[in-house]
Design a protein around this ligand. Structure first.
Ligand SMILES: Cc1cc2nc3c(=O)[nH]c(=O)nc-3n(C[C@H](O)[C@H](O)[C@H](O)COP(=O)(O)OP(=O)(O)OC[C@H]3O[C@@H](n4cnc5c(N)ncnc54)[C@H](O)[C@@H]3O)c2cc1C
Ligand code: SF4
Length: 477
């Protein structure tokens, strides 16, 4: 009887790729996890139980065929593994790196439910596609037939690029308009290199350009070109602009110098990684070196800020969050990474105001968790008489993002938005109430995840192809 290649979870323990030591990794902006060696990837993939009802797959927003690509990896059939993986995911190596797997695929792995640790799905997904890149299996769009229809995509983040890729592979003429000088959206200018190195994103951008996608960078819709002009120029338009309006802090001293927005801070740091000169970094405004840094917020953006500040050589880095560790929205894995790198978390603490201009301290109110609110989450309550001042000479606001007012900015009152300001669109197709206009990613969902933006982009591309009477089953080869 042939040897059983799978079900090794009973004899093989879960193992992640090696993580660089915190003392070394905090010196640079390179990714912190190494690549699996081939034998290790095969061994870890072989832990999959090939269960009949793969919850990992149903909890992956893209419904990736995880059991099959794990099986192919375990048996050394990597090109087939890649073929299956790319059939449902436009950027598998990116999701493998930055999806919060503990909340998605891995958090629902059947062997984890049965008391063994989950299969390392994300790390194997990354390994498969990195191997595919090394072997030249990842190909740019190369449509067998050109189509006459054109689509304008506003925003070159993962949502817009996933739509661009799928449309272009079907032969559609695609133009992407983006306000930044480089494509990638938050993959390029939000998420730091220690989670996602920049060349991983740039090679995707380059491939799309090679495959015939036209990029119009440094082009802000509503300023450099109007929304109406874009609608006139194309048969369909996809809005994929993300959410960038930073939630603000109130209280005395909130406008003082030295209090900056997370997105400005992270964009500056990412620009430096490309070798750009950033005036606000040179002036010290967006540079944490030698400073006492306080980051306010408990989500992934806050985690990225604290770890960036560590790498810039801050004297101390503290993260202030009004709830406790168990109730923070950021990934537990990233919190642990931050702690290892020297970040101090100050739980159950909220800013009440700021001392000094430029800022010298944060006036902190201590909190306790009270009764659950309507959503079931315990609400933080102030503990009277426990205020104190936390020293700070750089305060970074990482309280989340909201959508900009697109109907006003774009002079298109008929573009319907929800009461939160997100664009109203059908979840399955991205279709808005405006004829031929679709919307995907964060601008529809509110601040969300890369994998959801990719899913929206792909679904929307299929809906557009349908409306053109074109086939939607586009293979990447
Ligand atoms: C700091 C940070 C860390 C994150 N970490 C993770 C993570 O680890 N894992 C994860 O899954 N998700 C993470 N996210 C969330 C994730 O990045 C987003 O959900 C995802 O990028 C949304 O994709 P999108 O295509 O909708 O928009 P974006 O990536 O925001 O791209 C939108 C693009 O549209 C452009 N644009 C905006 N307005 C205009 C205009 N008027 N004209 C032309 N162009 C315009 C923008 O410049 C941008 O390039 C993080 C977010 C942040 C802020
Ligand atoms: S795309 Fe994300 S959720 Fe889906 S299998 Fe990959 S890492 Fe898991």
């Amino acid at each position: 009887m042939a040897k059983q290649p799978m079900l090794k979870f009973v004899s093989v323990e879960r193992d992640m790729p090696d993580k660089r030591d915190a003392t070394v990794r905090k010196q640079d902006f390179d990714e912190i996890y190494a690549e699996f060696a081939k034998a290790k990837a095969e061994e870890q993939a072989s832990r999959c139980s090939q269960c009949g009802v793969p919850y990992c797959q149903s909890h992956c927003p893209l419904h990736n065929n995880i059991p099959d690509w794990l099986n192919m990896t375990a048996t050394g059939r990597l090109e087939e593994a890649y073929s299956i993986s790319q059939a449902t995911n436009t950027f598998p190596e990116i999701c493998g790196r930055i999806c919060p797997q503990d909340r998605l695929c891995e958090g629902n792995c059947v062997i984890e439910q049965s008391g063994h640790e989950t299969v390392t799905i994300g790390a194997v997904e990354k390994y498969i596609t990195d191997t595919a890149w090394d072997n030249g299996w990842v190909k740019p769009p190369s449509p067998t037939q050109e189509r006459t229809e054109s689509v304008g995509i506003i925003g070159a983040g993962p949502g817009g690029l996933a739509a661009a890729d799928r449309l272009r592979r079907a032969g559609v003429q695609v133009t992407v308009y983006d306000s930044h000088d480089r494509a990638g959206g938050l993959l390029t200018y939000g998420i730091p290199g220690f989670k996602l190195e920049k060349d991983i994103v740039m090679r995707r951008n380059d491939q799309l350009a090679q495959g015939g996608v036209t990029f119009k960078q440094n082009c802000e819709v509503g300023k450099d070109i109007s929304f109406a002009e874009i609608r006139d120029a194309h048969d369909a338009v996809v809005i994929a602009t993300g959410v960038y309006k930073s939630r603000d802090l109130q209280g005395p001293g909130a406008g003082a110098g030295g209090i900056v927005k997370a997105i400005d801070y992270l964009t500056a740091s990412n620009r430096l990684s490309f070798g750009d000169t950033v005036a606000e970094f040179e002036s010290g405004e967006l540079n944490a070196e030698g400073k006492k840094v306080v980051v306010i917020g408990g989500g992934d953006t806050a985690m990225d800020c604290v770890r960036t500040a560590i790498r810039q050589g801050a004297e101390s880095v503290k993260c202030l969050y009004r709830r406790d560790r168990a109730n923070m929205p950021g990934s537990q894995r990233e919190t642990q990474n931050a702690e290892e790198e020297g970040v101090e978390f100050v739980w159950l603490s909220a800013p009440k105001g700021f001392a000094g201009d430029p800022v010298k301290g944060v006036m902190v109110q201590k909190m306790r968790l009270g009764q659950p609110d309507a959503s079931g989450r315990q609400s933080p309550e102030v503990i009277e008489g426990a205020d104190y001042v936390e020293d700070a000479d750089l305060v970074i606001k990482a309280l989340g993002f909201e959508p900009e007012d697109l109907p006003t900015l774009w002079d298109e009152p008929a573009l319907e938005v929800t009461r939160w300001g997100t664009v109203k669109a059908q979840f399955t197709t991205g279709a808005t109430e405006l004829d031929g206009v679709y919307a995907v990613g964060d601008i529809v969902r509110g601040a969300s995840l890369v994998v959801w933006a990719i899913k929206d982009g792909r679904d929307c591309a299929d809906a557009i192809l349908n409306s053109f009477g074109a086939a939607t089953a586009v293979a990447a080869e």
